[in-house]
Design a protein around this ligand. Structure first.
Ligand SMILES: NC(=O)CCC(=O)C(=O)O
Length: 275
């Protein structure tokens, strides 16, 4: 399908897991009513975002209330559902994991955040996901009606190598559930998505939780960016559905008109320096 309607659900997340699931299920249904066939939730949508919460809210995949809700919602609404992320428990290790569900309610992809959010900006924000989480080690794509879609999570947006690999693998859309903060969000969130989109000539979705009042405060501003690097749609801070009609012909046009991928001097890049 070359043209489709997408919906990014900028969900208001609270400390009550079941309320988060109910609210998410409700927004998914609203997105379906708007005609969306690809719907995506934000990072950490079943729990507040914070290292002290990850173990308490973690579930195994695919058994648990969060996967049950996602599977049911995908099936009942007959949509592809990118289930944001939630803390995953596997063999006594914890991951920040994104699941993807097809319209039959089947789990078709699972991506574990590869670059953990460990930063220290004195007086502003210090965060260390690696205190409780392990990183994933695999790139993950899924097929959405003939389109290859690549997955990343939030801080992964900063690593252009990951996005480039997805482009090389044939992706035309990258989806990043994410929860940027009030320090980096205002200056980096939009810019990073536009950069990944422009560099790789593909669509980028960034899906944030809505702004909350305390703890880790999410920037919001869920965003759809096209292969020209243009922002097609962007939320404000509150809970809302960002919808956008995606025309994959744009990818083909941009790639043909500005054919940077065939023009890369990999003969030089690959020999000058090995990382
Ligand atoms: N959840 C995250 O990975 C946050 C990333 C972030 O805020 C950043 O600045 O990078």
């Amino acid at each position: 399908m070359k043209i489709f309607r997408s919906a990014l659900l900028q969900l208001q997340v609270c400390e009550d897991r079941l309320k988060n699931l109910e609210r998410a299920a409700n927004l998914i249904q609203q997105a379906k009513n708007l005609g969306a066939n690809l719907v995506a939730l934000p990072e950490c949508f079943n729990s507040p975002y914070g290292t002290k919460f990850f173990e308490e809210y973690a579930e195994s995949i695919p058994n648990g209330p969060t996967c049950d809700m996602l599977s049911k919602a995908a099936k009942e609404n007959n949509i592809f559902l990118v289930g944001g992320t939630f803390p995953e428990k596997d063999n006594n290790k914890f991951y920040n994991t994104c699941t993807v569900w097809n319209p039959d309610g089947q789990l078709i992809a699972k991506y574990r955040k590869m670059h953990l959010f460990d930063i220290d900006i004195p007086g502003k924000i210090t965060f260390k996901e690696s205190e409780t989480l392990h990183p994933g080690n695999e790139l993950v794509t899924f097929d959405f009606q003939g389109i290859k879609v690549g997955l990343g999570i939030c801080y992964d947006l900063r690593f252009e190598e990951l996005a480039k690999l997805y482009r090389i693998m044939g992706c035309k859309l990258l989806i990043y559930p994410g929860a940027f903060n009030m320090t980096t969000g205002p200056i980096h969130w939009e810019l990073l998505q536009r950069s990944r989109a422009l560099d790789n000539q593909l669509y980028v979705f960034g899906i944030s939780p809505a702004r909350n009042e305390s703890g880790y405060i999410a920037w919001g501003h869920s965003q759809v960016t096209d292969p020209w690097g243009k922002v097609l749609a962007q939320a404000d801070a509150k809970e809302e559905i960002v919808q956008a009609d995606i025309d994959l012909n744009e990818c083909d046009d941009v790639r043909q008109q500005i054919p940077i991928f065939g023009q890369r001097r990999t003969d030089i890049y690959d020999t000058v320096r090995k990382y």
